[in-house]
Design a protein around this ligand. Structure first.
Ligand SMILES: NC(=O)c1ccc[n+]([C@@H]2O[C@H](COP(=O)([O-])OP(=O)(O)OC[C@H]3O[C@@H](n4cnc5c(N)ncnc54)[C@H](O)[C@@H]3O)[C@@H](O)[C@H]2O)c1
Length: 369
């Protein structure tokens, strides 16, 4: 007994000796200084709740809500922005001259036409993910935005999840030197999709869910070229959802390796872990789920454990729009610009093709799914 408590005491002393101050990094969303335009939201379905809750909290002005099902737009209006206009035809929303920014939160199939029309009407656009199902069509939308002098950004909200945001700022600040390994292990329960439209998507994990991890992988390794991806998927024996809930991906970059492992049928002991192995340090983020994460920075100096504020959903949905608004105000490309997002989609599409073909696939060679 005495030995045990002595060991625990020594462990605590050791942990304290190792602990060093964590670098201060600007990982939280930043609002524009003066720019607070009128915003129109098209598509008032499930995920629009998170958009509107974050925008209201940030003090943004949503003045029009559109959904082909009027009741959905009306419900959101009553809950979040009671003064917003409601309409069922997105062209009516685009005809409002006062609206400068459009948030397109429908599914990708119908979203391409909506985004194109919004850009042509001179409005800046935030598109939900996945940005495109065809990379060349996605590139044409980027050109359309340039032609009309407006910004097109993608709602890759994981970039502003506190742990991912801290990690990418740390990488960009050179805190661990060049990244040589990026590894993700996500063990959670995705069976909630049983009986929903997501149940009909064969590659729901690789295409709809893992897109956030492909995107953050692209952010972590943005200075390195992605070469090949090898992916496989399988159904777990106990899952109740239809599509395979297990997926694993190996990705080769010119100077790094990456692995992503998804177990969507984990009923007990759920975990979500990220490792970034750099030349001068290692970053680890770990926790029981997406919103509860502890980051550790290991360097020669010791171990730093930043206390991070915020959650994925609040900061993520605030962060994507905040970055677009700041980019408009500062007349620069947003960090989450759509052209950059094509790189994320290249990784994702190569993984889907690899899982179907059972062989490695060159990143960039698969243009549509
Ligand atoms: N973490 C995330 O970022 C996250 C989470 C969930 C969903 N999503 C993405 O958000 C998008 C929407 O997902 P969802 O779960 O909210 O779907 P949903 O089906 O609940 O909502 C889509 C809404 O768009 C409306 N709509 C369709 N066509 C329209 C049109 N022409 N004009 C106006 N409204 C139209 C539908 O009536 C529906 O209410 C998808 O691309 C999905 O992948 C992202």
């Amino acid at each position: 007994m005495a030995d045990e408590s002595e060991r625990a005491y020594e462990g605590r002393i050791e942990a304290r000796r190792e602990a060093v101050a964590a670098p201060e990094l600007p990982y939280r969303p930043r609002n524009p200084v003066r720019f607070n335009p009128e915003i129109g939201l098209i598509g008032c379905g499930g995920i629009a709740e998170s958009h509107l809750a974050a925008y209201r909290k940030a003090g943004y002005r949503v003045t029009a809500l559109c959904d082909t099902h009027e009741i959905r737009a009306r419900e959101k209006q009553q809950r979040y922005f009671p003064d917003a206009k409601v309409c069922t035809d997105y062209k009516a929303l685009l005809a409002c001259d006062n609206i400068e920014v459009v948030d397109a939160a429908t599914h990708p199939a119908e979203r391409a036409a909506i985004v194109a029309a919004a850009l042509k009407s001179g409005k800046h656009v935030l598109s939900q993910k996945p940005f495109a199902v065809d990379l060349d069509a996605g590139a044409r939308l980027c050109e359309l935005a340039e032609q009309h002098g407006v910004k097109l950004a993608v709602n890759q909200n994981g970039r502003w999840a506190p742990h991912f945001s801290y990690l990418r700022h740390a990488v960009d600040a050179g805190v661990i030197g060049g990244v040589r390994g990026a590894h993700f292990a996500v063990r959670w329960d995705h069976n909630w999709i049983a009986g929903t439209p997501f149940d009909a998507i064969k590659h729901v994990i690789l295409y709809d869910f893992a897109i956030h991890w492909f995107d953050i992988l692209h952010c972590f390794l943005r200075t390195q070229t992605a070469k090949r991806v090898f992916a496989s998927v399988r159904r777990s024996a106990t899952q109740t959802a239809l599509p395979p809930l297990q997926a694993q991906i190996l990705a080769e970059f010119d100077g790094a390796q990456a692995s992503l492992s998804f177990d969507g049928d984990t009923r007990h002991g759920q975990r979500d872990e990220t490792w970034l192995l750099g030349e001068t340090g290692t970053l680890v983020s770990s926790g029981p789920n997406l919103t509860s994460q502890q980051v550790e920075l290991h360097t020669q100096a010791g171990v730093a454990r930043p206390e991070l504020l915020g959650t994925w959903f609040e900061d993520g949905f605030h962060g994507t729009l905040a970055e677009l608004l700041c980019a408009i105000e500062e007349n620069r490309e947003p960090y989450n610009n759509a052209r950059d997002n094509l790189k994320t989609l290249e990784l994702c599409f190569a993984a889907v093709a690899s899982a179907d073909r059972g062989e490695p696939v060159a990143v960039g060679s698969v243009r549509k799914i």
